[in-house]
Ligand binder design. Structure first.
Ligand code: HEM
Length: 462
């Protein structure tokens, strides 16, 4: 009998994987590079890439993606790119692994149950109305920078979801600090030369200051809540922090320490607003160019909600076309456009050998535009998500929130938020783009528009 290792070696010899070494091309234009690979190696299921002196296996089929994320997920840990995020997020859900992650996920899951999310619908609607009022009151003939404003909107929503009651006074300077942190992570991912964080470069110093600022604010909020609980142990809030503070390990009865709470709260804070903001910016960009889609959405909104209604937890399910629109936006511009994993032990993907310790890349962007699974893959068409074509596609051809046990814990939160924001924004206004050139996506930590999007608001019955 051949040993497992020998078998793998035999398979490796039999399969000459296409080998591509194009670090510069990848760094210069990651999406264009990936698209070229996909069309050049259309018949292949796995392509080996040499990037920054390392070997990566780019997985091209939904079946192999399912194998990595679901069927054999215990063999694949998050790759080192996540360690950049861990500097700030600590050992939170996004960056932890193994038994520690499993325990934390179990503890945090109830905070995202549907009945908890139901409590947030109204808040999401009123935060969006607040933004719309601000836009309406702004001077005419000056375009609105929606990229910035939408980021503030989703930051406001996740803040209220986490901390409910008024913590605004504690949050001064947080947007700037979060902005510095995101830029730092982007720069690190783009650069070849990295100075360790202990080097006092201006970028490192700025990053550390920003982390301290956010950390200080979050510890203050947790501390204030703990103090309040000491004074009045029965007090409960309808927010995520309340759930995370009270949740107990079934076996040991233990609750989270302050450090765990800090890491989870920071993770939710960070993972839960920038991604959604990008998707919403892309949504407005696409809708500004597709008046027929907007008209169909408005018809549905009027039929289900009436002229000025806001979605509720009960009727949001009836807004089927709105959901298709959001799904389609996330297909073309998935904010999490790529995911990396490291194989702990050797494995086979469609018969291709994956050595222990080698890296696997999953490009959500490529899967979502794969010509085998999507008709006219580059066109914006919400009918891609009608029930029939959806049923005929493999599940892992569409994974804006990842898949398997590490799938985004906030996915229902995000679907709901995106639907509510779009419904409120487009009911009474058209969005006219100020950007004259095609807006290019910028694939950094997340996929965002390269330039800030500017729009004019036009009342529909004007
Ligand atoms: C459009 C919005 C969002 C997108 C596209 C998105 C995407 C993703 C993806 C792809 C992953 C899996 C990463 C991997 O496996 O490597 C993930 C994980 C995660 N997301 Fe989201 N996300 C979004 C919104 C949110 C929101 C609103 C929250 C919280 C309120 C959130 C919290 C998290 C957390 C905590 C994880 C780690 C889960 C775990 O590993 O157990 N995300 N997200």
């Amino acid at each position: 009998m051949l040993s497992k290792q020998k078998k793998l070696q035999a398979v490796a010899a039999a399969h000459k994987l296409p080998w591509v070494g194009h670090t510069l091309a990848f760094v210069k234009n990651p999406l264009g590079f990936l698209e070229k690979i996909q069309s050049r190696y259309h018949h292949e299921k796995v392509v080996k890439l040499s990037l920054v002196g390392r070997e990566f296996h780019l997985v091209l089929t939904p079946e192999d993606v399912k194998h990595v994320l679901q069927e054999n997920n215990r063999n694949y840990h998050k790759s080192e790119a996540y360690s950049v995020l861990a500097i700030f997020l600590g050992n939170g859900l996004l960056t932890s692994e193994g038994d520690f992650w499993r325990r934390q996920r179990k503890l945090a899951q109830p905070a995202f149950y549907k009945q908890r999310l139901a409590l947030m619908v109204e808040m999401m609607g009123s935060e969006t109305k607040g933004l719309l009022d601000k836009w309406v009151s702004e001077k005419e003939n000056i375009p609105i920078d929606i990229t910035k404003d939408i980021l503030n909107l989703t930051l406001g929503i996740v803040t209220k979801a986490l901390f409910s009651a008024d913590v605004k006074h504690r949050l001064e300077g947080i947007s700037e600090a979060l902005n510095d942190i995101m830029h730092y992570a982007d720069d690190i991912l783009k650069s070849f030369v990295r100075f360790p964080l202990s080097f006092p470069t201006p970028a490192n110093r700025r990053f550390k200051r920003a982390v301290q600022k956010v950390e200080g604010i979050i510890y203050d909020i947790i501390d204030a809540r703990r103090q309040e609980l000491k004074r009045n142990p029965k007090v409960r809030y309808d927010d995520l922090l309340d759930m995370l503070i009270h949740t107990k390990d079934e076996e040991t009865g233990e609750t989270m320490t302050d450090k765990q709470l800090r890491d989870e709260v920071t993770t939710i804070f960070m993972a839960g607003h920038e991604t959604t903001a990008n998707a919403l910016s892309w949504a407005l960009y696409l809708l500004a160019q597709h008046s027929e889609v907007v008209a169909k959405m408005r018809q549905e909104l009027n039929a289900v909600l009436g002229k000025n209604g806001t979605p509720t937890f009960e009727n949001i399910r009836e807004l089927k076309y709105l959901l298709q629109v959001v799904q389609e936006v996330m297909r073309l511009y998935p904010p999490a456009w790529i995911m990396g994993r490291k194989a702990l032990k050797s494995d086979l993907l469609s018969g291709y050998p994956i050595q222990a310790n080698s890296f696997v890349l999953i490009s959500i962007y490529l899967l979502h535009r794969h010509p085998d699974y999507w008709e006219r893959p580059n066109d914006f068409d919400p009918d891609h998500f009608l029930p029939e074509p959806t049923k005929s596609r493999p599940t892992y051809a569409y994974i804006p929130f990842g898949g398997g046990p590490r799938m985004c814990i906030g996915n229902n939160f995000a679907w709901m938020e995106m639907q509510i924001v779009i419904a409120v924004l487009i009911q009474k206004y058209d969005f006219v783009l100020d950007n004259t050139e095609k807006v290019e996506p910028d694939p950094l930590v997340t996929l965002r528009p390269k330039k800030n999007l500017k729009i004019y608001l036009k009342p529909i019955d004007a």
